[in-house]
Design a protein around this ligand. Structure first.
Ligand code: ZN
Length: 430
């Protein structure tokens, strides 16, 4: 049986950024098999989703997050930079056990789907145990288990288990494995080089936090590197198969070198601004290297909202460029979707609405006031839409949110689970 999204307005995000009106999208076995004139693609027995008041666009791609830390939301506000130095620990973190991380992850995945996110790059320690929960949620994902000098043994064992279970071929598995060294200061040069070698061997991407703080860069310099870029180059961690989150402490010559290397960036503006009060000059990288957007973890960006992330990236990006014409709407739409997919090595499969691609699609509700009037749908998406605009969500052709309601995951039930797990208002009181 096929599923047909009928009579939709479609923001394709294809190479020409075409907007289609009154179009049908036919989905079979999780793939888009035809796009045609409205009312022409449904056959008897097909399931039809009426989209005549809907705007179909590619699902949003979150290029950097830590879903299992969702329960940290609200535990670390307005802290000085020095608070985070090195460890990135939230107050009371020791009270969270494996069951809490698992609940956190299930809640985060549900929230992502509710918010129109269909694909995440997720990383944390013990991802070999958490990955299956992401798989169950229905999201598409690239997952990596954190490697540091302090937990290299466990980290490699978890990484190998992930590689064994999920492989690195996104055409064969909705969840795939990456290699995830934590950061340039928490990993020695030898460990970083080992990550590069293993990634090349198995065809995996490397996911790493880069130049997120001044103390991190100081630690790299103390090891004899000129800066973060030199450290990455020495380890063989440059180019589009490496995804660097943040990269906010790079100097002018490093920015130029970075663009020559073509290393991908997962840009997390809210996280950067909240805990470091600075972020990258996005206009220098956009169009030069693959750039996706990420929500990071809830301790440094409480929201899991990619609309908010894109809006912030555009507005702060314009400010940093000193130019209101920088980072136009279409650039931001691409960053939320197909560019994010390119960062993760998935743009041949998802990120645009085109025949042959997997059906990772969202339907925005054109009967919501923030989507009206429709003078410029793309501008509405970047500058006024929010998760409340997301009516339906499909991943791999499976409907995960329908008519503004999550399928199979009750939001209130998840919140109740948090309460009964002890995470009520007084859970962390002294
Ligand atoms: Zn992170």
């Amino acid at each position: 049986m096929a599923l047909v999204l009928q009579a939709a307005t479609v923001l394709t995000v294809d190479a020409q950024d075409r907007l289609l009106r009154d179009a049908d999208i036919r989905i079979e076995n999780g793939a888009i098999v035809a796009i045609g004139q409205g009312g022409t693609l449904a056959r008897p027995g097909d399931e039809v989703l009426d989209c005549c008041r809907g705007l179909v666009m590619p699902g949003l791609v979150n290029a950097h997050t830590h879903a299992a830390t969702a329960l940290f939301r609200g535990l670390a506000e307005d802290l000085p930079r020095a608070f985070w130095a090195g460890a990135y620990k939230v107050p009371g973190e020791e009270r969270f056990g494996p069951a809490d991380y698992a609940l956190s992850l299930r809640a985060a995945c549900a929230e992502f789907l509710a918010n129109g996110v269909t694909c995440i790059a997720d990383r944390l320690a013990r991802m070999d145990q958490l990955g299956p929960l992401i798989e169950e949620s229905g999201l598409r994902a690239v997952v990596g288990s954190t490697l540091t000098d302090g937990r290299a043994g466990e980290g490699w064992a978890e990484t190998e288990r992930l590689l064994e279970r999920y492989g690195t071929n996104p055409s064969a598995s909705r969840v795939t494995a990456g290699i995830a060294p934590h950061a340039l200061d928490s990993c020695s040069d030898a460990l970083l080089a080992e990550c590069a070698r293993r990634a090349r061997q198995v065809g995996a991407r490397v996911f790493i936090h880069v130049a997120q703080s001044a103390p991190e860069v100081a630690a790299i310099r103390a090891r004899g590197h000129a800066g973060a870029l030199a450290c990455l180059r020495a380890a063989g961690l440059t180019g589009p198969d490496v995804v660097a989150a943040h990269a906010i402490y790079l100097d002018e010559s490093e920015i130029e070198g970075w663009c020559r290397d073509g290393t991908a960036i997962a840009h997390c503006p809210a996280s950067n601004l909240k805990i470091e009060a600075r972020t990258i000059p996005l206009h220098r990288y956009a169009g030069q290297v693959p750039v996706g957007l990420g929500t990071d973890w809830t301790a440094s960006d409480n929201a899991m909202d990619m609309f908010w992330e894109a809006r912030l990236a555009a507005l702060v990006g314009k400010m940093n460029a000193g130019d209101p014409t920088a980072l136009p709407v279409q650039t931001m739409i691409r960053m939320m979707t197909v560019e994010g997919a390119r960062v993760l090595g998935l743009d041949h499969l998802v990120g645009s609405v085109e025949t042959g691609k997997r059906a990772d699609l969202i339907v925005l509700d054109l009967d919501r006031l923030e989507m009206a009037p429709p003078h410029d749908h793309a501008a509405n998406i970047v500058y006024s839409a929010s998760p409340r605009s997301v009516r339906d969500v499909l991943v791999d052709g499976v409907v995960r949110k329908r008519g503004h309601v999550l399928v199979g995951a009750q939001e209130a039930a998840l919140v109740a689970e948090m309460r009964s797990a002890g995470w009520g208002e007084t859970a962390l009181a002294p």
